[in-house]
Design a protein. Sequence first.
Length: 252
Amino acid sequence: MRTSPGESPRRDGHLVVEDLSAGYKKTAIIRGVDVAVSKGEVVTVIGPNGAGKSTLLKSVMGLLEPMAGSISLGGEPIGGLPANKVAAKGVGYVPQVRDVFETLSVKENLEMGGYHLRRPEVQERIEEVLLAYPQLKGMLTRSAGKISGGERKMVAIGRVLMTRPSLVILDEPTAGLSPKLAQQMLEQYVARLTAREVAVLLVEQRAREALEISQYAYVLASGEVKLESAAASILDRDDLGQVFLGRTEGAA
């Protein structure tokens, strides 16, 4: 792992991934990956297609069992737990595709997020979501399959918040959105999560826009972390395009 000059790798946080190797069958896609995310901050993982970003997320979510290394949440090991148990520990996940139940209304989508709650609690949690995302108030009765891409993603995030997660994982939330809507998604919907003291792990192809709303970032390429640093430090680099590809001076 490499950091910007004068910086040291982080080793603590609400989510801590240490020396993680994971993949499929006997083939490791990621190797020796360290990632840490604290509550109240957005940490972004950027890198080219095939870098191993999805493998990292699937490992944290319990969809892949680590080959080596550890994953902990709030100091409690979660590496190797099945996805349903990882979710029960307080991890919310917003996928890149199939992020809403299209045949259900927006309100019903939110209710699905609180399916395990008692009925009085469900309405209470919906009110919390509407307070965070007041734009949803005017579309509660609309079909989730007939709203815009940006609105769908807001519904997906809202549904995840119904469980009051301590960690929210977002996989390419701006995929398919116009540049204007993508900017709005990151600045208004994603960055706003930090006000809830939620830890946010973001994987995003729009590197510059993601870094602008992040506190820390990791550059993943060829299955390894090539660079980690304060997001602002990476954003200020003249070679940001090369950084995105993991081609950084002094990188492994």
